[in-house]
Design a protein around this ligand. Sequence first.
Ligand code: UD1
Length: 415
Amino acid sequence: MDVLNVEGGRRLAGRVSIEGAKNAALPTCVASLLTDETVVLHRVPQLRDVSMILFTLGSLRKRVVRNGKSVSISEDGPLAPEASAYSVKKMRASFLVLGPLVARLGHAVVPLPGGCSIGARPIDFHLNGLRALGARVEETAAAVLVDADRLRGARIELPFPSVGATEHLMMTGTLAAGTTEIVNAAIDPEVLDLVALLRRMGAEIEVDGRTLRVAESRMRGAEHTIIPDRMEAGTMLLAGVATRGEVTAVDVCPEHLESYLEALRAMGAAVDCEARDVTVAAPDGVRGIDVATGPHPAFPTDLHPQLAAALACADGTSQIVETVFEGRTTYVDGLRAMGAQIATDGRTATITGVEQLHGAEVEAPDIRAGAALVIGAVAARGTSRLAGLEHLERGYDRLADKLQSLGACVERREA
Ligand code: UD1
């Protein structure tokens, strides 16, 4: 098992390239199940989670050819109706294959999902949505069995704008008779990237505020380039802020980062967006702020832990209210080991800034908490050792190399 060895306290500066978005790559790969023609995706990040979704598609007998950051997904023979337990248990996004498989084959079996342990993460919106489309759904202790002679469009109102349920039901809706209306849908950039691919594949989808209308369509092959990863960009820019540095995230979509950049400005950072490059320069005295996460366009929950790491060494007291996942504060113990002062009360984390964090031995509990601990470590004085790299590799490609190129002293070593 390798660890990251970090000699902290160096100011980060420079330009860093950003990969395609993990959370857009996963559903767009699954969309290939909606057609027997070939779907080609570009700017696909080289991550464990992407390998896992491609493995899942392979287990359903899709033919996957990967060439660097491009992936071609085609079909040689009949699809299999049963997803591999291994991949769905490892990664929640694999569950999205259920609806498309039922729409194509009339029945499907998918094991209950796993993924990051950040709260309960139920699947009731997904299953109730499939029931509304006319599917029969049976849940056993280990799997979900679904069948339907013919799916029919319906009006589905989500109790919360769930990203996964929106993507799942929208994909399934493209093959359901008539029109599927999803009310209170998630409208995150990654959801809209999936809309863009589905439209290229022949889908008719209307986006009207938080309502999506999806008409039954003949789905064809298509080619699509995935949007930049706002979570990776957000992580690198916060690493810059935490070290009082100046970092440019290269080739991103600044409009996807609005609520996040607003928070950085409130912390006193200078934000400069020039075409597709975003530069954030931190002042010497970074100010504490109050933020609430929420469904897009609010501040993204996937950047909450990294923000907490930067606020841990800001002036004054900050509060982050988490409204999406109750188990988001898995970063707290690791940052406390570095000297951070963080109190949690229900969904609120109160962070009292300290002058300087110090190095510590910590372990990444999940992807984003792991990223927060890396930010804490590069900002801290002294040496940190971070275990649990398998979590970081689910969501970050070459994180150590990229931080190194910005001037951090980060090295992967055998434990
Ligand atoms: C996706 C992202 C994840 C991000 C999250 C919220 C991917 C692969 N993952 O996860 O990185 O943190 O969106 O932006 O895109 N809920 C239910 N029942 C359901 C589904 C969801 O109660 O059937 C609840 C969840 O418990 C959570 C909230 O809805 O409280 C939002 O979850 P959701 O948007 O579905 O998250 P994911 O799609 O799993």
